[in-house]
Design a protein around this ligand. Sequence first.
Ligand SMILES: Nc1nc2c(ncn2[C@@H]2O[C@H](COP(=O)(O)OP(=O)(O)O)[C@@H](O)[C@H]2O)c(=O)[nH]1
Ligand SMILES: [Mg+2]
Length: 325
Amino acid sequence: MSRLLDANYYAQGVLNQDIPVLARAITLVESNKPAHQQLAAQILEQILPYSSTSIRLGITGVPGVGKSTFIECFGHIALQKNHKIAVLAIDPSSTLSKGSILGDKTRMEKLTTAPHVFIRPSPSGGNLGGVAHKTRETILLCEAAGFDYIIIETVGVGQSETEVHQLSDFFLLLMLAGAGDELQGIKRGIMEMADGLAITKADGANTQKAKNARAEYARALHLFPPAESGWIPEAKVCSSTENTGIAEVYDMIEKYVRHAKSNGFFEKKRKQQTVFWFERLVQEKIQTSFFSNMLFLEKYQQIKEQLQNEKLSVTHAIQMLFAAM
Ligand SMILES: Nc1nc2c(ncn2[C@@H]2O[C@H](COP(=O)(O)OP(=O)(O)O)[C@@H](O)[C@H]2O)c(=O)[nH]1
Ligand SMILES: [Mg+2]
């Protein structure tokens, strides 16, 4: 980007659904340069009142479970229902993302070329909370540009589920049918976050195995304490290669949205998410400002060495560090 235009230009472009301008505004949001961040903040300020009513669908599952292929099928259903779709992929690891973005593009071949579809991989590298926060701002830009079905794909590793959960209205967990050890492959915490679950690749020799897994997961979901939303998560089976079961997943999400809107939970959750990101960024900011202070850093290293030499207790070390500030 050689020259920075003003925030007004970007905000108007986004609101006029000018896709190249949208893409450039997202690049500003993703940039770590202070001038870009400042401009991005001004753009967001301007577009915020215009964010449309949308559905934000987070999709997680282990690499290879079939997320991208699922989105290809699912996207076409949403298109038929006259939605405009944005697909955002969160991949915190740069080495992984090179391969997966390439792979995802071929899996989403038809969707990539469809009108009313915007596909964008998220920046790779860096702290996951930061990446997800940028994705959050990207969502707001896409919504202001008229995209009303936002699909967020994440690699199913570590904390990314928690982050994406905090970006989604509906959090969908995709799973493979295992060989009898269905409940072992996935952490309980992740299942507890899911609003719905789908066993993928329910085709060919795998069909019956998938149905068995579905029944088992449905039972497991019922064992969780009732969610604040009053919604009971459902388990489905689907095949993206045969295009079966995907419409059922779509209907489940619609049903959820109707339910959560009618009891006010939909709005409430979004507000809670905004507060979550605020708190999270304040923490990050405090952390970076402490660690960019040379005096603090020096003291921190010193105390860490003493700690390693077992000359201090952890509690004492913390007291010393902050007393020095
Ligand atoms: N048999 C079968 N294979 C599938 C299905 N969906 C995806 N795959 C295959 O599984 C592999 C991983 O799919 P991909 O969508 O890239 O998974 P992701 O890593 O979760 O995004 C690819 O080789 C797909 O062709 C399905 O419904 N049935
Ligand atoms: Mg993928």
